[in-house]
Design a protein around this ligand. Structure first.
Ligand code: HEC
Ligand code: HEC
Ligand code: HEC
Length: 369
């Protein structure tokens, strides 16, 4: 027994000295140009795969992710935030991406082994010590599903997005060419923002992406700053805004506001419920004194001109977007500019039905500034 203890002590001592040499003196080569020691890759990779399976939500928690609008939104974010590592489905990875260790798998391989709930976990949390980043927003993860929708579309069909992508590549190319004559800022908008928000800010009618063509410049500028600082949370917009300087934010906001309205820009309103719209109309105009809900009109219109260039007009905005924002306000997640406090006071007593009615009312109005 004694000799066993002695042997254990000696081996523990040797292991400790070994660890000090390896860690303390930098003997383990962390160069990405050399692979891990035999076995280390296997251990890390197996730990990673098992951790993802253990922690992912259950299959039942996966929402509907086949809607084209959701896939389009996810593709827009993927192009900007992921493609430089994983490549687009019909592109190959850059040599720099291939020189990472582990190298980011090509998108078509990255999705092949995982179900949507696993992809959700990976995209939300990232993978430590691998270069795979976590989701930019710490308070909100509903928008992660748009990226999962795109990944799943890539998985479902071998090249489901290639046609759209070719179009997209065409648009970006064309716009880049035009940019020779147009201003630098127009080109930043068209290639960086227009991919989601559309050429004129109407997002080609995608109801998940707010229209910008009705918003005043000062509100757009302040909102971009709020996304960039994290005061307003959205993994998608925090990523997009993080790449802009103060000056670019100012110029882009002015560009959007001056760029004119999309004349074809009205959402389909056929599915709105007239009874709800009428209820929303009453509430928006009169508020509800008993429930301490102010009239929305006093700040948001409808009016021929915005009530203030720091208040977003809501008329003709997408119903889905309005409902989502009101729900975020109510749950305390929606921050924004230094005027956001006005909404924090206006919102707490709205019920879910009020939210639905108000969103339907504003969506039913013709868009106007
Ligand atoms: C800086 C490079 C980088 C960026 C940017 C990046 N990833 Fe990754 N990603 C990786 C690496 C490296 C791995 C491999 C992790 C591992 O195997 O340990 C990975 C793994 C993955 C996987 C799992 C693949 C598998 O085979 O297990 C998915 C899915 C994925 N990434 C999706 C995304 C999405 C979506 C985005 C954008 C929101 C993104 N990645 C952004 C580097 C990146
Ligand atoms: C990947 C798609 C995508 C890209 C790229 C993108 N946006 Fe957005 N944008 C969105 C979505 C989705 C929202 C709603 C986010 C939220 O819930 O707050 C949004 C919200 C906004 C808002 C707030 C609108 C409001 O009514 O409050 C502004 C302003 C905006 N984007 C401007 C831009 C600008 C400028 C760029 C380019 C630098 C850009 N966006 C790039 C998808 C995108
Ligand atoms: C005292 C003025 C005020 C009142 C009253 C008010 N709001 Fe707001 N609202 C604001 C301001 C300011 C913002 C922009 C905040 C920010 O993002 O910083 C805003 C933002 C919003 C947004 C997000 C719009 C977008 O494009 O992101 C919605 C939706 C909204 N309000 C709905 C309502 C509704 C519905 C009511 C009535 C129940 C209401 N508001 C009452 C001032 C007000």
């Amino acid at each position: 027994m004694r000799s066993f203890l002695k042997a254990t002590l000696i081996w523990t001592g040797i292991a400790a000295i070994g660890a000090v040499l390896v860690v303390g003196f930098g003997l383990y080569n962390v160069s990405a140009r050399q692979g891990h020691l035999p076995g280390v890759s296997w251990v890390l990779h197996t730990a990673y795969r098992n951790a993802v399976r253990l922690r992912s939500p259950s299959e039942d928690e996966v929402p509907e992710i086949s809607a084209p609008a959701l896939i389009a939104l996810g593709r827009g974010h993927y192009q900007d935030a992921c493609a430089f590592c994983h490549a687009m489905p019909d592109q190959s990875r850059s040599q720099t991406a291939l020189s990472m260790l582990p190298a980011p798998p090509h998108i078509t391989d990255a999705v092949s082994d995982w179900d949507p709930q696993h992809m959700y976990w990976i995209v939300k949390n990232g993978v430590k010590m691998s270069g795979m980043p976590g989701w930019p927003s710490t308070k909100r993860d509903d928008d992660v599903w748009s990226v999962v929708a795109f990944l799943d579309a890539v998985k479902q069909a071998e090249r489901p997005v290639s046609a759209a992508e070719t179009d997209l590549a065409g648009i970006v190319q064309e716009r880049d060419d035009e940019a020779d004559q147009n201003s630098r800022i127009a080109s930043i908008y068209q290639s960086g923002c227009g991919r989601c928000h559309g050429e004129n800010g109407f997002a080609d009618g995608n109801v998940l992406i707010p229209r910008l063509d009705t918003l005043p410049a000062a509100y757009i500028e302040a909102s971009l700053q709020a996304y960039r600082s994290g005061a307003r949370q959205s993994g998608i917009m925090q990523q997009a805004a993080s790449q802009l300087s103060d000056e670019q934010i100012f110029e882009i906001a002015a560009y959007i506001a001056e760029n004119g309205r999309d004349v074809s820009g009205e959402y389909q309103t056929g599915s709105l419920d007239p009874a709800l719209v009428a209820r929303g109309d009453l509430l928006a105009h009169g508020g509800d004194e008993k429930a301490n809900i102010p009239s929305c009109i006093s700040c948001h219109g409808p009016a021929s001109r915005p009530k203030s260039d720091r208040f977003p007009p809501l008329a003709g905005q997408s119903e889905v977007f309005l409902r989502e924002q009101l729900t975020l306000w109510k749950s305390g997640i929606r921050g924004g500019t230094d005027r956001a406090v006005m909404m924090h006071e206006a919102i707490p007593n709205l019920t879910e039905d009020d939210i639905l009615a108000l969103a339907q009312y504003y969506a039913s109005l013709p868009s106007g500034r």
